[in-house]
Write a protein that binds this ligand. Structure first.
Ligand SMILES: [Zn+2]
Length: 324
């Protein structure tokens, strides 16, 4: 869901905060650039970069109403249909990764999938592990109702209001969406039994993100840099993780990181990214879009330089650590 629209800069000399506390480590993060938000208010999203943990994040305060409005502009059914192939691959990867935790009946007996959508993960997981209790958490709306209609238990309240405890919490493409990730991970910690696990897929800063972040600091290259970054950060993707930021946030919430794997994982086929971001938003002619797609395929996929997703597993510890 990496849409955030065309670039608009702040006016030179415009008065707005140029420093914000990093939402993960609390260090002083600096303003980088602004991108236009096509999904309601605020119309400009100010991106900040933390010099300590490397988190790139939307620094404007975003209210729950603004988020609700933005999500209300999306056609969920269409969105999930478009990413169905990628979702299938991601779910298969997750079930495979989690196999060792549930290899014997009685090892663990309950899973909560936060951001369960229509229940794609829950369906596949339940098929492979019928003896495990599976439940989902989702914002109130059509996906939650559809998942419930499939027979799954779906929580739509705040995470803090769920009184049950689970052996495993799964967050597939959720950690980039939440306004306060430290708080979300702390809530996950409270929802887990002692020794329980948290399993995450979320976008991470890859080589190309670092390249375009460097470019943003070169005079005259801001728009070029923003054209890339707006595919990574938006009103929906409120932060782009570094491995360090993700590990810090999990540790502060009381987790021990068991592994973090950088992976290539695209929500859409490359052609679709090129068509939308180069063709529709930047008005590149079709021939140039096709050439760009070929180059991207060679660079990102065949040469393996795009490892844009972090796949990680953490385990609940007794105590929490503080890095601030
Ligand atoms: Zn930070």
């Amino acid at each position: 869901m990496g849409e955030s629209g065309k670039l608009l800069g702040r006016f030179p000399g415009e008065d707005f905060p140029h420093k914000r506390a990093c939402k993960v480590c609390g260090s002083e993060a600096s303003y980088l650039l602004s991108i236009h938000n096509e999904h309601g208010e605020p119309h400009l999203l100010d991106l900040f970069l933390c010099p300590h943990c490397g988190l790139l994040f939307v620094g404007n305060p975003i209210t729950p109403d603004q988020l609700a409005y933005a999500y209300g502009t999306l056609d969920w059914k269409k969105y999930y249909q478009e990413i169905a192939t990628a979702t299938g691959g991601k779910v298969a990867c997750a079930v495979n990764d989690l196999y060792p935790l549930f290899s014997n009946p009685g090892d663990h007996d309950s899973v909560l999938d936060i951001g369960c959508g229509y229940g794609h993960f829950l369906e596949v997981f339940k098929d492979s592990r019928p003896f495990v209790r599976v439940a989902g958490h989702e914002l109130q709306g059509e996906p939650a109702s559809a998942c419930e209609a499939k027979g799954f238990e779906v929580f739509t309240c705040n995470l803090e209001e769920i009184s049950d405890k689970f052996d495993l919490i799964v967050l597939l493409d959720v950690a980039e969406h939440v306004p306060d990730p430290n708080r979300t991970f702390a809530a996950c910690h409270s929802l887990l039994k002692m020794g329980g696990h948290i399993y995450i897929h979320t976008p991470r800063r890859c080589f190309w993100d670092s390249f375009f972040l460097l470019l943003a600091k070169i005079p005259g290259m801001g728009e070029f840099s923003a054209a890339w970054l707006r595919t990574r950060v938006s009103i929906f993707h409120l932060q782009l993780w570094t491995d360090k930021a993700l590990e810090m946030s999990l540790k502060m919430a009381g987790f021990q990181l068991l592994y973090l794997k950088p992976e290539l994982e695209l929500s859409w086929p490359l052609e679709r990214y090129a068509r939308i971001y180069l063709g529709e938003k930047l008005h590149f002619p079709p021939l140039l879009v096709r050439i760009a797609t070929r180059i991207a395929d060679l660079l990102f996929v065949r040469l393996g330089t795009l490892r844009n997703k972090a796949v990680c597993l953490g385990q609940r510890k007794d105590s929490r650590e503080s890095f601030v």
